[in-house]
Design a binder for this molecule. Structure first.
Ligand code: NDP
Ligand code: MG
Length: 386
């Protein structure tokens, strides 16, 4: 029996993880859950899974829930400290890191420092602090397992291969809902249209990142740290059907792909059961029904944030952290209709250009860059919003 903590339990990945866990009651037990503020949904999860400890970022919601749960066997914590506490809960084997955004960094780091196996969906953690995270994980021999479908695909393909035989990682991207939009059409895109991903049902932030292709940019940086591959060895190809989840080219020019219907329960189950596989009763991939698999070069002009992410990775230091933070601010501003869709990229680019990159020594350097980028990003956002 493995004891599981889920950070970001009420989200899209969190709920898919609970779906997988509930299919294997003899193998997994939920011991801890964290959320931002959704105390009502968390309460239903507590009744169903009976975790020992939960935490909410929102202190008021935590106090209200604690009152309602009075006398139950579940301890209620709050704030970032509470979240970190749950991530290092002693009686836990695997931490599923599925918070969205930079808020995932500290609890994920804490899980690693306390020797937990980490199944990572929160790509922002590796974008911000990939080097620090990998150093901590490797020095403690803590397995870091990908949940992101592209990285799970590459992880599966690389299993049993030698690192020196890897020539190129090829990340696939669906292109998102706006792939065929002209620049004029993009000028008028509403949050509702940008949120409507053709193949995946995901949380709002990653859905907008998919529409700008920033998600793929963040995944390039994530791949750099997961697989110790330099940016020149990481390519992106548009594959609209989301059937090939990613590929690896080896030095003998053999290309190996991992395929499947787009369903996050597959990579989640792979990470939870690793190194085994467990039967999942899900529909089988019928290629004859899919018909065609297509591949296109991404249009860098139409999706400038992809280039921005490569530049941040190549520049290194504080740049990826700044990229991530300002993108979070810009996406939030778009979702709350303060700026237009096309202004997301402009806010990110302008903030990146105003940044004086520094090298990263400690976690504080990362957090300072994050805070600087949010302040600077807000200045640009207010200019556009005016
Ligand atoms: P969602 O928005 O659906 O869920 C986010 C979860 O994190 C919720 O439980 C939310 O709680 C909690 N949360 C949000 N903000 C904070 C915060 N500031 N502090 C603490 N907790 C917070 O996100 P997704 O599940 O879509 O994505 C989660 C992560 O997984 C992201 O990093 C994303 O890039 C990655 N990912 C997601 C995929 C997907 O299919 N969804 C695929 C691959 C990667 P509450 O409900 O209370 O707001
Ligand atoms: Mg992905």
């Amino acid at each position: 029996m493995k004891n599981i903590v889920i950070l970001g339990a009420t989200g899209s990945i969190g709920m898919n993880t609970l779906d997988v866990i509930s299919r294997f009651p003899d193998r997994f037990r939920v011991v801890g859950l964290t959320v931002r503020s959704n105390d009502v949904k968390l309460e239903t999860l507590i009744k169903r899974f009976q975790p020992k400890v939960v935490s909410l970022m929102d202190e008021v919601a935590a106090a209200a829930l604690s009152k309602r749960l009075n006398g139950s066997g579940t301890e209620v914590l709050s704030g970032m400290e509470g979240c970190v506490e749950v991530a290092r809960f002693p009686d836990c084997d695997i931490v599923v890191s599925a918070v969205v955004g930079a808020a995932g960094l500290l609890p994920t780091l804490s899980a690693i420092q306390n020797g937990k196996v980490v199944a990572l969906a929160n790509k922002e953690t590796l974008v911000m602090a990939g080097e620090i995270i990998q150093k901590e994980a490797r020095s403690r021999n803590v397995p870091l397992l990908p949940i992101d479908s592209e990285h799970s695909a590459i992880f599966q393909v690389l299993s049993g291969e030698r690192h020196e035989d890897l020539l190129r990682l090829i990340l696939t991207a669906s292109g998102g809902p706006l792939i065929d939009f002209t620049p004029e059409m993009k000028e008028k895109v509403s949050p509702e249209v940008a949120l409507a991903h053709p193949n995946w049902k995901m949380g709002p932030k990653i859905s907008i990142d998919s529409a700008t292709l920033m998600n793929k940019g963040l995944e390039v940086i994530e791949a750099r740290w997961f697989f110790d591959a330099p940016p020149e060895k990481i390519d992106v190809v548009i594959h609209r059907q989301s059937i090939i989840h990613s590929m690896v080219e080896f030095v003998d020019r053999s290309v190996v792909a991992q395929m499947g219907l787009p369903d996050m329960r597959v990579p989640i189950s792979y990470a939870l059961h690793y190194p085994e596989r467990a039967p999942l009763s899900l529909p089988s991939l019928q290629l004859e029904e899919i018909g065609q698999l297509t591949f296109e070069k991404p249009d860098r002009k139409a999706f400038p944030l992809l280039t921005c992410a490569y530049d941040a990775l190549k520049g290194g230091g504080t740049l990826p952290s700044v990229l991530n933070a300002v993108n979070e601010e810009a996406v939030e501003a778009f979702l709350s209709e303060k700026i237009r869709f096309v202004e997301i990229a402009q806010v990110v680019q302008q903030t990146m250009e105003s940044h004086c990159p520094q090298s990263i020594g400690t976690l504080d350097d990362v957090l300072e860059a994050d805070q600087w980028a949010r302040r600077e990003g807000q200045l640009w956002i207010s200019k556009y919003a005016a």
